[in-house]
Design a protein around this ligand. Structure first.
Ligand SMILES: [Zn+2]
Length: 334
């Protein structure tokens, strides 16, 4: 016992250093994202009301991730290195008030994708996103080989996905950018309950709980993920992982073992957007065992697990009392 206590009092220096790097990285990336997007909106957004609403949602999502971080960052911590806090607070009072009472429905990077689409249309999205990421100089999010500890918390999603029905209107999705602690699982559960199309939520929740009801899409589906090569700043094609093969029946999967949870990948968000927006896909995609009762059962166990997780990270919630920060009503049903 004494040994254990002694160890608890004195964590190794490398642990302290990594933890500090991780915290500073989240703060820096949060501020970089906020400042860069504020400049973009002012320069190219021509005061678009929709862009401003996304900006508020992005601030909230960043503050929430900071708050549930192991070092519990507040908005004040993010603005330590910057003088614009009062201005931002006047412009976007809601995120400053609701970051620890209301839940985000997606990550800052997913919100960024929607903002980029408004600013540059889907045609230029990938190219403009690369410019933006180069400009922001986020640290390399991938941990160094041999050291799982030395990974940075950046807000960048390393993988994005592009999908469409026979190359018509394209949709974009991002992998989950929160790499540490409970944030990943919390965001997946929140997305299942609030954000994704019900087929996607059903598939993810069923695989997470063991049974596994997969979705079969029509043959006209086009779905391609890309990973950003951090050195060359180019998006390179990436095969689907085994989880995505199981969830969405995607072909030609990479056989490597997967270490992240179901729903983590960019394919999930992207295919959800396709189902929400494309009637043909919605009417012709098939999912096993999809009944309202089954879905409801999966939703209640997900909600119960989510509430437990939220309590652990210091967000107080009770049953039937999940409050969301959702400036746009997302249509996830039929
Ligand atoms: Zn995947």
């Amino acid at each position: 016992m004494q040994n254990n206590n002694a160890r608890r009092r004195k964590p190794p220096t490398s642990y302290i250093r990594n933890r500090e790097n991780n915290r500073e990285s989240l703060k820096t990336c949060g501020m970089l994202l906020i400042q860069t997007m504020m400049t973009r909106i002012a320069r190219e957004g021509q005061g678009s009301k929709r862009l401003c609403m996304y900006m508020g949602e992005m601030l909230h999502s960043i503050f929430f991730l900071g708050y549930i971080h192991q070092d519990r960052l507040t908005p004040d911590d993010f603005f330590e290195i910057c003088t614009s806090q009062q201005d931002m607070c006047n412009m976007f009072p809601e995120p400053f008030r609701k970051y620890n009472s209301h839940l985000p429905t997606r990550t800052p990077f997913s919100i960024l994708l929607d903002m980029m689409e408004i600013l540059y249309s889907t045609k230029r999205l990938k190219e403009e996103l690369l410019h933006l990421l180069k400009e922001m100089k986020f640290p390399n999010p991938l941990h160094k080989p041999g050291s799982k500890q030395e990974q940075y918390y950046t807000l960048e999603s390393t993988v994005i996905c592009e999908c469409s029905d026979s190359d018509s209107q394209k949709y974009y999705g991002a992998s989950l950018c929160c790499r540490k602690g409970a944030a990943k699982v919390i965001l997946i559960d929140l997305s299942c309950l609030k954000t994704w199309h019900k087929f996607i939520s059903h598939a993810v929740m069923s695989f997470s709980s063991g049974a596994g009801d997969s979705i079969m899409f029509p043959e006209s589906l086009r779905c391609q993920a890309y990973v950003r090569n951090w050195k060359t700043n180019v998006y390179e094609e990436r095969k689907p992982c085994l989880n995505c093969r199981d969830l969405f029946n995607l072909q030609d999967a990479n056989p490597d073992k997967v270490e992240y949870p179901f729903g983590n990948c960019a394919e999930t968000e992207c295919l959800s957007k396709l189902l929400i927006n494309n009637q043909y896909m919605r009417e012709n995609a098939v999912i096993n065992n999809h009944t309202e009762e089954n879905l409801e059962e999966l939703r209640s166990s997900t909600e119960a697990r989510l509430i437990k997780q939220l309590v652990k990270v210091g967000i107080e919630v009770s049953d039937n009392n999940l409050l969301f920060y959702a400036p746009f009503q997302i249509q996830t049903g039929d």
